[in-house]
Design a protein around this ligand. Structure first.
Ligand code: CP
Ligand code: NVA
Length: 314
């Protein structure tokens, strides 16, 4: 049966295995190993929004695994405009082995996944960014050696695709999550409910607050742009509400001394974070960007070659 990865929840009990596979791939390929696990496999990448990291990391990742990636932007295929999402899903499935889709409309992503006969991976939608969260968990594991029991604190726009994915993904692997944001921008109820269910099972906690003092004790401090594309019309209000939630050196000083700073990028300096933190000694943002590639290579192997495990890669 094909596996769609539309949410980090779709990785189920395999989340940490995927991260470990990503770490193994990174180490082995850096040692000069050739890991052609996906020869003659093709990934179609459908983009309805701009991208640097998602596009390049998927494309290079497929090349490193002996496969090929095909870039199709909004103008190339005009999903749902020139022809239906269903027809595109059915036709692409006869040419390619897996599809990555960054959709403007979440319904289109789900429609494509429903009709495609090959796996579909979410390359970011209004509510979630599963590929980013895999890369971020991989980065945290590299820097902290373990994930279980860590304190993850997100500061900024709580009603954001990244925040939702962090709440789900971090609790799935046993981390405590705190979201600090203005009350008008707390995470969507749907995701809070789901994350609380996971947290209960994993015996970890979810805290949502408007109090910046909650950064205290953080092992990881993360933020993201305040204005996601889908919320551009509300720019003025969001900027006014979130003023005061910028991650500054002062905010970082409340976290543990060895806390790391994360941001999925692109960054809007002086808004969600200041440059001296984003490129300061605690920042791991460039590792995080690099790990998009390794984590996604692991994910592609997981959906196309489930027989490959981290232990096989030495
Ligand atoms: N973080 C991220 O998804 O970056 P891009 O939008 O550049 O792909
Ligand atoms: N939350 C951001 C993520 C960008 C990768 C956005 O949706 O624009």
């Amino acid at each position: 049966m094909k596996t769609n990865i539309l949410s980090i929840m779709d990785t189920e009990n395999e989340t940490e295995n995927i991260i470990d596979l990503g770490i193994s791939l990174k180490q082995a390929i850096r040692r000069g190993k050739m890991l052609n696990y996906l020869p003659h496999k093709t990934l179609a990448m459908l983009f309805e929004r701009a991208s640097t990291r998602t596009r390049v990391s998927f494309e290079v990742g497929m090349t490193l695994l002996g496969g090929h990636a095909l870039f199709l932007n909004k103008e190339d295929i005009k999903i749902g405009e020139r022809e239906s999402v269903e027809d595109i899903a059915l036709v692409l499935s006869r040419y390619v082995d897996v599809i990555m889709y960054r959709a403007l409309k979440k319904e289109d992503l789900h429609e494509l996944a429903r009709h495609a006969t090959v796996p579909v991976i979410n390359g970011l939608d209004v509510d979630e960014h599963p590929c980013q969260i895999l890369a971020d968990l991989m980065t945290i594991k590299e820097h902290k050696e373990t994930l279980q029991g860590l304190e993850f604190v997100f500061v900024g726009d709580g009603n954001d695709n990244l925040t939702h994915s962090y709440m789900l993904g971090c609790t799935m692997v046993g981390m405590n999550v705190t979201v600090i944001s203005h009350k008008n921008h707390w995470p969507s109820e749907r995701f809070v409910k789901k994350a609380n269910e996971i947290a209960k099972k994993q015996k970890v906690t979810i805290t949502i607050t408007d109090d910046l003092a909650a950064v205290q004790g953080a092992d990881v401090v993360a933020t993201d742009t305040w204005i996601s594309l889908w919320y551009e019309k509300q720019r003025a209000q969001i900027m006014a509400d979130l003023k005061g939630y910028t991650v500054t050196k002062d905010v970082m000083s409340k976290a543990k001394k060895d806390a790391i700073f994360m941001h999925c990028m692109p960054i809007y300096y002086g808004e969600e974070v200041v440059k001296e933190v984003a490129h300061g000694p605690q920042s791991v943002i460039i590792d995080e960007a690099e790990n998009r590639m390794w984590a996604q290579m692991a994910l592609l192997i997981k959906v196309l070659r489930p027989d490959v495990s981290p232990k096989m890669i030495t």
